[in-house]
Design a protein around this ligand. Structure first.
Ligand code: FE2
Ligand code: FE2
Length: 133
């Protein structure tokens, strides 16, 4: 069963960003579906998710900076905090010190379910006003 399901309420009204968010949902689901597989498969999916999330955060931060978005610093800090937490889990997993569990994928899901419709969505009108749609 898919852990994350896309709904219209997650749209930030910027096509590129919506597409990236949908890809993140797909990658979280792929990781969650692999939890009973070999560690190599889990590692591969975890790496794919982390790399894509970092790329996505860079995209959002680029748009926020380019448009002088007033909440840029606070927003970037939330991104950095998540990456720090997930990178620590990833390092422990790669060192064989922990497993990736449903609790971890649920943590990522909950973070995204809260961040996208509350924090990301707030830059939508600002970016739209600057011609980014
Ligand atoms: Fe986002
Ligand atoms: Fe964000």
């Amino acid at each position: 069963m898919a852990l994350m399901i896309w709904e219209d309420k997650y749209s930030v009204n910027v096509n590129e960003v919506d597409g990236q968010h949908q890809e993140i949902f797909r990658l979280v689901n792929a990781l969650d579906d692999s939890l009973l597989e070999d560690r190599a498969i889990i590692a591969e999916r975890l790496n794919a998710l982390v790399a894509y999330v970092v790329e996505h955060f860079n995209t959002e931060e680029k748009y926020m900076q380019e448009t002088n978005y007033p909440e840029y610093e606070a927003h970037k800090k939330m991104h950095d905090d998540l990456v720090t937490q997930v990178a620590a889990i990833q390092a422990k997993f790669n060192a064989g010190e922990t497993e990736i569990t449903g609790e971890i994928t649920a943590f990522v899901r909950d973070w995204l379910y809260k961040h996208i419709p509350n924090i990301d969505k707030e830059y939508g009108p600002h970016l739209n006003e600057k011609g980014i749609k």
